[in-house]
Design a protein around this ligand. Structure first.
Ligand SMILES: [Zn+2]
Length: 350
């Protein structure tokens, strides 16, 4: 009998940092599912070094449940780990290892539960949908969602097992990631009058972003803005010709995102950068979404009152992308059909 811990130990042992192939993990999971009677399919990327996995058990009909997670993890580079991050260890009742929570733990739990489900007569299908490259832009999710929409009977809903402190996330922030580049004029550092310093421009832009982060729409509403990467310049004695800034914001409401976008666009197009070439590209754009879940309004109000922290808004891109696509593709079978329903167990899902 495989337990969720033993499966998790196996999953953590695969170094699926997004820069690596996830195929060893995916093939292990595919084998696990195959030997337990699931219908398994791998969806490779173009270079065939990564794959999504889609598997189903139970009858081939509508109304199933999708259990979904991403297989990649964020890097451990430069971090101080007290044990091997790719060897699961238990200390004081907690399991440590890269991805043990986000989100191989959910995958392991799903696979362990399969041992029980396969012994039952399922009246609706269960689908397993595991993606690659979530951490670096949800790249795998697109083909996975397309496959689900195009090839399996319409599921009722999906559970995205991102770590949420065992609370149900009822919404997720949108996330917009941008790459803003400044190009000035290179010159020798001894004669600043001949050059235009792109690093200076980028620095003032970063200061603006810090001010934007203090806007009420950002600061008071559980939203965030972050400058994640800055690169520029060639040498100490050269006035920097180029500098680029990668940054992102996450907002709960589309109108807040619009305010931020306009504020920043106005600034970039203003006089401050008249002597530079400025380009700003959006590299990642996932919309905000509020999900209606299997919880009555009364129960949700009770839970909110009990929570010590504000209502969580989960910004993870895969869940966002996933629910958006499923919803768009399943018009008439939106999550809205769950709105207001009480959390009674569905007797048809055994
Ligand atoms: Zn995650």
């Amino acid at each position: 009998m495989n337990t969720s811990v033993s499966i998790l130990r196996q999953l953590v042992s695969f170094d699926t940092t997004s820069r690596n192939s996830n195929l060893p993990l995916i093939e292990w999971v595919a084998d696990y599912l195959n030997t337990r009677g699931a219908r398994v399919e791998l969806l490779h990327n173009v270079s065939r070094n990564k794959a999504n996995l889609l598997a189903s058990i139970g009858p081939e009909q509508e109304g199933g449940v999708v259990l979904s997670g991403h297989t990649d993890v964020v890097p451990v580079d430069g971090q101080e780990w007290s044990s091997d991050p790719f060897a699961l260890v238990e200390r004081s009742g907690r399991l440590y290892g890269r991805g043990s929570s986000d989100m191989k733990g959910f995958i392991a739990s799903s696979l362990a539960a399969l041992e029980n489900w396969r012994a039952m007569k399922l009246l609706r299908p269960l689908h397993f949908a595991f993606s690659y490259d979530e951490e670096i832009g949800c790249f795998g999710a697109h083909s996975l969602v397309d496959r689900i929409v195009g090839n399996i009977p319409k599921p009722a809903f999906a559970i995205i097992g991102e770590p949420t402190d065992m609370r149900i996330g009822v919404a997720h922030n949108g996330v917009t990631g941008s790459h803003t580049s400044f190009r000035g004029v290179a010159a020798h550092a001894s004669d600043p009058s001949r050059g235009v310093n792109a690093i200076d421009a980028a620095a003032s832009f970063v200061r603006l972003l810090r001010e934007v982060a203090k806007l009420p729409q950002i600061a008071d509403n559980g939203c965030t803005l972050n400058v994640g990467r800055i690169a520029g310049g060639a040498a100490t004695n050269i006035i920097a010709e180029r500098c680029s800034v990668r940054w992102e914001y996450r907002t709960a409401r589309a109108q807040d995102a619009a305010v931020i976008q306009e504020t920043i666009a106005d600034y970039l197009e203003g006089d401050a950068f008249a002597t530079l070439d400025v380009t700003s590209e959006i590299e990642l754009d996932v919309p905000q979404r509020k999900l209606n879940v299997l919880i009555s309004d009364a129960e949700m109000a009770g839970r909110k009152a009990a929570w010590k922290r504000p209502e969580p808004r989960f910004e993870r891109g895969f869940g966002a992308l996933f629910s958006r696509h499923i919803t768009q593709a399943n018009k008439g079978c939106d999550f809205d059909f769950l709105e207001g329903t009480a959390p009674t167990p569905d007797p048809e899902i055994h």
